[in-house]
Design a protein around this ligand. Structure first.
Ligand code: BES
Ligand code: ZN
Ligand code: ZN
Length: 509
């Protein structure tokens, strides 16, 4: 993050101002008529220029005379195509432009331009999220070869009309938590190992009022977490299960309910193990911890927003490495719930650490519902690309709530199937199950991952009872990071899942 953004009251004298127009508008909307005539006139003149017509762009106008230095015009495109994401993209561009111009006080006034397309609360959120997300830069490891020494830039005071203020604050909060997840995700594997993540969570938890417990490898052995231990047994530091607790803030303590459970895959580096990844398949595998980082970010946001619903977040952290201690293909391991698995591929490691996290979390906390996030399969990237994550869900209510959360946050989801036939694909001959089907090969790869995990959502139940716990598995391999920078996301991790999970918890009924 290279600049602090602070929500501020509108300054008495506006110097830098942003307003919004639709693609076919010829003049600024009536709600802006309180602006100075020369400011309005400059905007109206600019709107006539042909180069101004690009939808989604932000134009800068320099009105003559008067205190207003710059008017930024957010072009929102066609009203019928408008979504909150349109506003996020425009706000991200505006944030960058205002930084380039070294603006220190920016007032964004959408007036009543959005009509009934988005409430002021939702629009405020979109503005806050976009400003923060666009503000992210991972420069912690920039060194002596930089031309200019890095110096902190002045903070940006961001103001909006009163009806947008609560939303703006909310958006800045969830955006900051997403950036926290991105900062961790980008931290290289020689620094961000399981021990580092555990320590980080303990510090962060005490700062925001979460409780953090760390199940170390010795306790994990007592709890029969054979999956976590096998994957992490050649890691540079031993594997850990990090548990973050949010008790929920309710005015009616008698209403205290079972928590929601968030589970994240945090493989701090995935070499593939003995089923080694080839060539450049290994580069970028520091992002294999993004599911876990999304859970850390979501818990951070949930605590800062003091949400009423109790939530437990479990981060299964291990490093999948190769040495003489590493686990092998053909190893048979026993998980926390007693299910056994023959390892057919050491590169299908995420499901092994998640299995113990799901089984442990569900048996210990008896959650109302469970959501896990994981960069689980390359197959989901082939199927869906980078525009949405794949979701598997055994419960219609949870699925609906997730879909609405995806809609509200722009962290998109696409529903994929999981049937008993898929679960049968994972059956083993010398063990209960295998971690990668030897018969199906790469067929239905993302579904194999989900089918494997389904054996761990009903602890102590025969496998046929897997529908027992409300559960969603989100495969984020395609959305956890981006190669090319866009307005909202600099190349690197996106923090996908932080805003989605926070929204789910906030709207959970
Ligand atoms: N971490 C990978 C999945 C992945 C691939 C994430 C590409 C991001 C980009 C995962 O552990 C993995 O290696 N999955 C294998 C599973 C297979 C061996 C059953 C895969 O997808 O090929
Ligand atoms: Zn792998
Ligand atoms: Zn992996």
């Amino acid at each position: 993050m290279y600049r602090h953004i602070r929500p501020a009251p509108a300054p008495r004298v506006l110097t830098d101002l942003a307003l919004a127009v639709w693609e076919d508008d010829k003049t600024p909307a009536a709600c802006y008529r309180t602006l100075l005539p020369q400011t309005l006139d400059a905007v109206a003149q600019a709107m006539k220029r042909p180069e101004f017509a690009t939808s989604g762009s932000v134009a800068t106008v320099y009105p003559p005379g008067g205190p207003v230095q710059r008017v930024y015009i957010l072009r929102l495109g066609k009203p019928e195509k408008f979504t909150a994401e349109t506003l996020r993209l425009a706000m991200a561009r505006l944030t960058k432009l205002s930084f380039d111009a070294k603006v220190t006080s920016l007032h964004v006034d959408l007036g009543d331009v959005l009509g009934d397309k988005l409430t002021p609360e939702a629009a405020g959120r979109a503005l806050g999220e976009a400003a923060t997300l666009a503000n992210f830069a991972f420069d912690r490891f920039k060194g002596a070869a930089q031309e200019k020494p890095r110096k902190p830039q002045a903070e940006l005071k961001l103001s909006v009309p009163p009806s947008f203020e609560a939303g703006l604050r909310h958006g800045l909060t969830t955006g900051e938590s997403a950036n926290l997840a991105r900062e961790l995700a980008a931290t290289p594997p020689n620094v961000a190992n399981p021990a580092y993540l555990a320590k980080y969570c303990q510090t962060m938890a005490s700062e925001v009022g979460l409780k953090c417990t760390v199940i170390d490898h010795k306790q994990a052995a007592k709890l029969n977490m054979g999956g976590l231990l096998a994957v992490g047994q050649a890691g540079s530091t031993p594997p850990v299960m990090i548990v973050l607790h949010w008790p929920g803030k309710t005015s009616r303590p008698s209403q205290a309910t079972q928590p929601l459970l968030l589970v994240g895959k945090a493989i701090t580096f995935d070499t593939g193990g003995y089923s080694l990844k080839i060539n450049n398949g290994m580069l970028g595998m520091k992002y294999d911890k993004c599911g876990g980082m999304a859970v850390i970010g979501a818990m951070h946001a949930i605590a800062r927003l003091k949400l009423p619903t109790p939530v437990v977040g479990i981060i299964a952290a291990a490093e999948n490495m190769v040495d003489s201690a590493a686990y092998r293909p053909n190893d048979i391991i026993t998980f926390h719930n007693g299910v056994t698995c023959e390892v057919t591929n050491t590169d299908a490691e995420g499901r092994l650490v998640l299995a113990d996290a799901l089984s442990y979390g569900i048996s210990k906390y008896q959650p109302q519902a469970v959501v896990d996030l994981a960069t689980l399969t390359g197959g989901v990237v082939v199927a869906l690309g980078g525009y949405c994550a794949g979701v598997f869900c055994n419960d219609a209510i949870l699925r609906e709530q997730l879909m609405s959360a995806a809609d509200a946050t722009g962290e998109r989801l696409w529903h994929l199937p999981l049937w008993d036939e898929h679960r049968d694909m994972m059956k083993g001959s010398h063990s209960d199950i295998v971690n990668s089907s030897t018969n199906a090969g790469r067929g239905a790869h993302p579904i194999q991952g989900a089918a494997f995990l389904s054996y761990f959502v009903a602890p102590g139940q025969p496998p046929s009872k897997w529908n027992h716990t409300r559960w969603a598995h989100i495969d984020i391999a395609g959305v956890a990071d981006v190669k090319e920078s866009s307005a909202l996301y600099a190349s690197g991790p996106t923090g996908y899942g932080v805003r989605l999970c926070t929204q789910l918890v906030e709207t959970w009924r």
